[in-house]
Design a protein around this ligand. Structure first.
Ligand SMILES: [Cu+2]
Length: 143
């Protein structure tokens, strides 16, 4: 009787310890000695440049398009963001007929704070300007 109790207690104890080990072990893949935790921050610093900018953005301010030339890959889009307090109008070269790359004319008028995007499916160099202020020019280079 006494021996059976001790065996049962030992089995229960092993199960409880195994359970705790599994629960804590599932979060950390392996028990790591404390001396190995210090190199971890250095590894994180090396991994940080992997952050990527998913959108190609051209900002429009009172001084023009920024960047003035934006380079993208075929199939990507460009988003024009009017950060100025007045309207701007993105149109294809050449002012005033706008016939070089008519797709750019779908951007057209951008009210203050407004933004519009256009996908460029084919490679090329596409010039545009602000039709309301034709001295402000820019280009999209699609590789
Ligand atoms: Cu124009």
């Amino acid at each position: 009787m006494q021996k059976n109790f001790l065996v049962t207690a030992a089995v229960v104890g092993v199960i409880v310890i195994a359970g705790i080990w599994l629960l804590t072990g599932s979060k950390k893949t392996a028990p790591v000695p404390s001396s190995q935790t210090s190199p971890a921050p250095a590894l994180q610093e090396e991994a940080s440049p992997s952050a990527t900018v998913s959108q190609n953005v051209v900002r429009i301010t009172s001084s023009g398009f920024e960047p003035q030339t934006i380079t993208i890959k075929a199939g990507e889009s460009v988003t024009w963001v009017n950060e100025n307090t007045v309207s701007h109008q993105v149109n294809s070269a050449v002012h005033p007929t706008h016939q070089v790359y008519p797709s750019l004319n779908t951007i057209g008028l951008l009210q203050a704070g407004e933004s519009k995007s256009l996908v460029f499916p084919e490679a090329g160099s596409f010039k545009y300007h602000d039709h309301l202020n034709p001295s402000l020019t820019g280009s999209v280079v699609v590789e």
